[in-house]
Design a protein around this ligand. Structure first.
Ligand code: HEM
Length: 378
């Protein structure tokens, strides 16, 4: 139930061990006043440093203030431990130039080329009202009340400056970001997060995760690009498919998580192996074959997604799926080509619908008490 350090070279909530719960929010900036936006980022940073340490959002707290005024904390986390809460901020393309082409905050020339507008992928069924956003905050914790409390208080503090565009709850991590964590399972029942970038990967993190000096504008050095996709999983249809079909679609065994034809979860897949019928053990249209670095010029991702069930859809089906979250050094070389390949050929697509999409530039970490979110950008 401990605290994850808020300050550091990189933002927490990326390589820090993936917690079990998510509340992700995207905001639109509603003020035209650049100074007011920068002031809010400072206020948010102070509140985030406090809440990740298990304290109230404001210095006075939920119950310590004058009775005639609204409290500076909403109170529902009183008495709860920090629960490994992390708060990770990101800036969307529309902060730099909005849909009408306006440069509202004088940031257009600060936009990194890597912060692309994602292309349309085959099969996309995106809903604009739950996609995009000028800013995002990813709250992860091991207690859902703690994650929701954090987002609610940031929204409260931001009133008049930002408004919530969309938000998503997630339960059950679908990845591991540390070799010390067991691999969890997604709602198809498969281990998810086996072949992920992990905190211990050292050189691979420099190559594939963190923005390096010279990659683009200096304000992003030490940061990472975040892509979110809300992917509805048609679980009722999936549940009527056979075990062997499910395993061929994924390319791994459902029980052990091992690549087909191998014995252990962490064995490398052998894409050349053929079965008794002469067919490849791991089908050409399987998810792991198409997503593997061998098929994508070596590109890798740090995946950090969550399962979601948003009730049911009124047609007798669960509104369930994966809130996919991936961090990377450059989406042009990582998410975009991988998803292009998956969208065209992945046998899993029959059971998936991408309904929301977001891309955000997550700056490096807040160094100390004198630093704040977005300081180097503005
Ligand atoms: C691997 C499930 C969407 C990229 C896997 C694995 C599973 C899985 C079960 C194998 C275990 C592992 O290594 O983690 C799913 C499901 C999805 C989904 C159910 C949708 C609901 C995506 C998307 C991307 C992606 C949208 C990226 C565009 C990857 C990558 C791997 C992977 C890079 C590792 C491949 C390797 O190196 O072996 N996924 N995935 N997945 N997935 Fe997905």
């Amino acid at each position: 139930a401990g605290a994850v350090p808020f300050h550091g070279e990189h933002q927490a909530g990326i390589t820090t061990p993936a917690q079990d719960r998510l509340h992700f929010v995207a905001f639109d900036v509603v003020t035209k006043d650049r100074a007011r936006l920068v002031e809010l980022l400072g206020e948010w940073t102070a509140a985030a440093a406090r809440m990740t340490a298990g304290k109230d959002a404001g210095v006075i707290g939920a119950v310590g203030g004058v009775p005639e005024a609204p409290p500076d904390d909403t109170g529902e986390a009183l008495g709860l431990p920090p629960s490994q809460l992390t708060l990770t901020v990101g800036f969307g393309p529309t902060l730099f130039r909005d849909a009408q082409g306006r440069d509202r905050f004088g940031l257009a020339d600060r936009r990194p080329a890597a912060l692309v507008d994602l292309p349309h992928f085959a099969g996309d069924a995106l809903r604009p009202e739950i996609s995009g956003g000028d800013l995002c905050v990813q709250a992860c914790a091991n207690d859902p009340q703690v994650a929701v409390h954090a987002i609610r208080n940031l929204a409260r503090i931001g009133m008049g400056v930002v408004s919530v565009r969309w938000s998503q709850l997630g339960f059950g991590r679908t990845s591991s970001t540390s070799t010390g964590q067991a691999t969890p399972r997604n709602l198809f029942g498969f281990k998810d997060g086996t072949a992920n970038l992990k905190a211990e990967d050292g050189g691979l993190l420099r190559e594939h995760l963190w923005v390096q000096p010279g990659d683009g504008p200096d304000w992003m050095t030490g940061g990472s690009y975040l892509v979110t996709r809300k992917i509805r999983m048609l679980v009722e249809t999936w549940d009527r498919s056979s075990l062997v079909e499910q395993e061929q679609i994924v390319g791994r065994a459902k029980g052990s998580g091992a690549p087909l034809g191998r014995g252990d979860e962490f064995d490398e897949p052998d894409f050349a192996a053929k079965g008794d019928d002469g067919q490849p053990m791991i089908a050409a249209t399987s998810h792991v074959r198409l997503a593997h670095p061998d098929a994508n010029d070596g590109a890798r991702l740090l995946r950090r997604g969550y399962n979601f069930v948003d009730g049911s859809d009124g047609l007798g089906r669960l509104d369930a799926g994966l809130f996919f979250i991936a961090y990377q050094r450059d989406p042009r070389r990582q998410f975009v080509p991988i998803q292009t390949r998956l969208a065209r050929n992945d046998a899993m697509n029959e059971y998936l619908r991408h309904v929301s999409s977001g891309i955000f530039a997550c700056p490096p970490g807040v160094r100390d008490g004198g630093d704040h979110w977005g300081r180097a950008l503005f």
